[in-house]
Design a protein around this ligand. Sequence first.
Ligand code: ATP
Ligand code: MG
Length: 244
Amino acid sequence: MLEVRNLSKSFGGLKAVGDLSMSVAQGEFVGVIGPNGAGKTTVMNLVTGYMRPSSGDVLFEGKSLVGLAPYKISHRGVGRTFQVVRPFSEMSVEDNVMTGALFSGSRTNNLSKARKAAQLPMELTGLTHKRNMHAGALTLGEKKKLELARALATEPRLLLLDEVMGGVTRGEVDDLMVVLQRIHASGVTIVMIEHLVEVIMALSKRVVVLNFGQKLFEGTPADVVQHPAVIESYLGRSLEADAA
Ligand SMILES: Nc1ncnc2c1ncn2[C@@H]1O[C@H](COP(=O)(O)OP(=O)(O)OP(=O)(O)O)[C@@H](O)[C@H]1O
Ligand SMILES: [Mg+2]
């Protein structure tokens, strides 16, 4: 479904992503981990058109996405969330989700249609009972759900998630994990960047480990946590940090 081929991105002298190749099959739930600055968000920005690669290609369902504007990539069926959530605070939850539908591939500019299209995403993310609340009044965990709902309203077949669990409470992490399972079960292929190892372990069948913009390792979650280079570059430090 998604094929990243020899992708590179440099910022001046810094190689944020270097000759990265990876692929994702339809129906998969893939985890992406790696230390701060490993290039995870940059890869997502390259795939979704927010940045242009220095070299390499990104194919979605066999067609290149390179050079397309983000909205066009969204129309092709690739959705994303952002590491830092930014809902329209003064607008209701439902109106926020509707903005996703209004910019979706079906290009609805009909408000009642958009409202209709917002219902399933709100259901999947458990936000239906908060539909009339101002988005600004939500907890961070709820804002993350809103970000997911808004992305779902664009009708993605592939959804890229950038640290959905970042900064939320323990209870909200469990809650969001259920939401992600529900979204995946609804038929959406998911690639998830995540720092919380236990979340990756529980949700994904395959994990790609990035370090210095390159693929350090790829395998099942069980393989990954036993791999010496992964433990050294990432897990050891992270688990200590988690425990602290
Ligand atoms: N727009 C930019 N201009 C210059 N350098 C950038 C830019 N975006 C990212 N970088 C650099 O590229 C490298 C990779 O950054 P990136 O944000 O992709 O890492 P990450 O794996 O998402 O990290 P984190 O876990 O902290 O979110 C870092 O060294 C970062 O400082
Ligand atoms: Mg990042």
